[in-house]
Ligand binder design. Structure first.
Ligand SMILES: CC(C)CCNC(=O)Cn1cc(-c2ccc3c(-c4nc5ccccc5[nH]4)n[nH]c3c2)cn1
Length: 264
């Protein structure tokens, strides 16, 4: 495969390392998203190895709520990943449009994210950068876990400043902020932030500036508005436990009444 097998359309996204274009495969007519990374931008070969690892990971993940990597190819100038196209864009954009979701819709989205995370965690992978910008929606309204922050594949959090880790701090777990060892429970925390945000419209510890946000993540208890149901309140408090040991597994999340009541 090479670029000439595709009719390349407009740019749909721009990451730290790559540009994403809508494209059509000329022979199959299939619409895909092409993530194009210029080799000279991947200067030191560590990034190229990390990219190989990313492709290796993605190639083995096969789940209805995880964005598919169909394949990849390279020529002298670039590396290209052939990815599933999600026509309805990101959950972030939909949330901005709708302000916030009714509990049934929010519960359905949280259930889908929990299913994808259960699968990813079973493969001993931690996503680490779960946020509405990384969740895409296909034409049936099904959520697809993605990871555009290509940088997460090259970040080892130990020595990089928190600020460069990701655009927003809102989804960082307390143990990450405190630079302690972390595990898949950081994704459980992020799911709690997203759950709150889908129901309320803004993340619970959002503040102006870097320090206030990380301080609130570590110190503040979440305050949940009265219009949020008892069951939703219960799952949010469960997911946003400061101590990762007290957070539930994805199995337990999927068995919670607020999930079961809307996902028969
Ligand atoms: C293991 C798994 C979690 C990682 C999967 N790999 C990636 O997420 C790598 N990646 C995917 C993308 C990407 C970005 C945007 C889209 C889109 C898309 N559809 C849109 C519709 C409207 C507006 C914007 C849109 N972006 N579809 N498919 C995409 C794929 C960028 N980097």
């Amino acid at each position: 495969l090479s670029m000439k097998d595709f009719k390349v359309g407009h740019e749909i996204g721009k990451g730290k390392y790559g540009r994403v274009h809508l494209a059509t495969n000329k022979s199959s007519g299939y619409i895909v998203a092409l993530k194009i990374l210029l080799k000279h931008e991947l200067k030191h070969d560590k990034l190229l190895q990390q990219l190989e690892r990313e492709v290796e990971i993605q190639g083995n993940l096969n789940h209805p709520n995880i964005l598919k990597l169909y394949g990849y190819f390279q020529d002298e100038k670039r590396v290209v990943m052939i990815l599933e196209w999600a026509p309805l864009g990101t959950l972030y954009a939909q949330l901005k449009r709708q302000m916030r979701f009714v509990e049934k819709q929010a519960s359905r989205y949280i259930a889908q994210i929990a299913k994808s995370l259960k699968y990813v965690h079973e493969h001993h992978i931690v996503h680490r950068d779960l946020k509405p910008e990384n969740l895409l929606i296909d034409k049936q309204g099904i959520l697809k876990l993605a990871d555009f922050g290509w940088a997460t594949y090259v970040q080892d959090f130990t020595n990089s400043s928190l600020k460069t880790i990701c655009g927003t701090l809102d989804y960082l777990a307390p143990e990450m902020v405190k630079r302690q060892p972390y595990n898949e429970k950081v994704d459980v925390w992020a799911l709690g932030i997203i759950c709150y945000e889908l129901l309320v419209g803004t993340p619970p510890f959002e503040s102006i500036g870097f320090h206030p946000t990380i301080q609130r993540i570590v110190l503040d208890e979440v305050t949940i508005p009265d219009y949020v149901s008892r069951e939703a309140r219960d799952i949010i408090i469960m997911l946003l436990q400061k101590n990762p040991i007290n957070r539930p597994s994805m199995e337990q999340v999927l068995n919670h009444p607020w999930i079961r009541m809307y996902n028969k």
